[in-house]
Design a protein around this ligand. Structure first.
Ligand code: COI
Length: 356
């Protein structure tokens, strides 16, 4: 068990799954790959623009062993979700924000990127082609994974001569095996996720491979995940392996500022606006580990984790717990406000939801 909720099973393993009737146990979706019917693919040469994107059957892709992504990690990914509403409509949440973030990352990684319009169109087409894989309302979502990769062959270190943009999808439920129950984090003091001037602020694939060792050790010691500190002072909060972090003290909600080493999460940004609209004071600034240990509530945000309450943090062998009765009041309130918007249960006054 890798620590993620991972319960999905075909209701009848021997049956053929088709787009007409995916035989999924919707009540037990976890966060693991379920192959769906179609993916989107679009290519371009270095220095040119992406053109001629199209849907194709979901399946393996062919790459040269010397592809830029395989040899030098020239790759970026994104994550967003589609929800099914009771009236049958399909909702995306702020897809143009993912497009903009991918473009920002592409600039850092010397890659051409699809335009915002091309990105959103690719996401829409992929979701609609796989619409029967979107879980019923309240059962989960369709996780959308856009990938931008250096697919051309290189040997000397250089940007790849060709790039591929792919979009695939998978139905998902909760990210952590804890579900919505509070997670337990360990603060890592030796290993760092990012350094100033590095690539911590973009969604490049290497940022995620770099945390696997610490994450694996944490999980084998019973923790849900790792919280990283800044690499210079080793006292300011950065982020968790797969999500941003927030602390609550009284009416003030604080989160580490975006300064190059932290991923600019779209859920992070949305929760800041939701919390401000609800009358909280929100501060983006340096947040110390001492403040974390003294917080009333702590929660994480991310597309995959949504809003995930933190039940305990362990720092230098000392375990501090938050919220005596499970999920804290403010974390619950913010989770509910955000997910109601994403699922189309409350009016979208922010213009964030895109209906398909
Ligand atoms: C997401 O939340 O969408 C991410 O990309 C994090 C990933 C590790 C699942």
């Amino acid at each position: 068990n890798n620590g993620y909720s991972n319960n999905v099973r075909l209701a009848s393993p021997s049956s053929t799954t088709t787009s007409e009737s995916p035989e999924i146990d919707w009540d037990n979706l976890g966060f693991s790959i379920v192959p769906t019917d179609y993916m989107y693919s679009m290519k371009c040469a270095q220095g040119e623009n992406f053109t001629n994107g199209q849907l194709q059957c979901f399946g393996n892709i062919e790459l040269s062993p010397s592809a830029g992504i395989l040899n030098y990690g020239q790759g970026l990914f994104e994550g967003l979700k589609a929800y099914r509403k009771h009236d049958g409509k399909i909702l995306l949440f702020r897809p143009e924000e993912n497009a903009l973030r991918l473009r920002m990352g592409a600039e850092r990684m010397c890659m051409p990127a699809p335009s915002v319009e091309q990105f959103v169109e690719a996401v829409k087409q992929t979701v609609l082609a796989n619409k029967n894989w979107i879980p019923p309302p309240g059962k989960g979502s369709l996780y959308i994974r856009p990938l931008l990769l250096g697919s051309g062959a290189v040997l000397g270190l250089a940007p790849a001569p060709e790039y591929t943009f792919l979009v695939y999808v998978s139905p998902v439920g909760n990210y952590f095996k804890e579900g919505l129950a509070p997670i337990n984090l360990i603060v890592e003091t030796d290993v760092h996720r990012a350094t100033p001037g590095g690539t911590g602020g973009v969604k490049t694939i290497g940022n995620y491979a770099a945390v696997l060792k610490a994450q694996k050790a944490a999980k084998s010691n019973g923790y849900s995940d790792v919280l990283y500190l800044d690499s210079i002072h080793k006292k300011y909060l950065e982020e968790v392996s797969s999500c941003n972090i927030f602390i609550i003290k009284g009416n003030v909600i604080s989160t580490p500022e975006i300064a190059g080493t932290i991923l600019p999460g779209i859920t992070r940004k949305s929760i800041i606006d939701v919390a401000c609209n609800q009358g909280f004071q929100v501060e983006e600034r340096l947040v110390t580990v001492d403040e974390l240990l003294d917080a009333d509530e702590v929660f994480c945000t991310g597309t995959a984790v949504v809003v995930s309450p933190v039940g305990s943090v362990t720092y230098l062998g000392k375990r501090v717990t938050f919220g005596k009765e499970g999920v804290g009041r403010v974390s619950r309130q913010l989770h509910s406000a955000l997910t109601s918007l994403q699922m189309g249960l409350t009016e979208d006054k922010m213009g964030w939801v895109v209906e398909l």
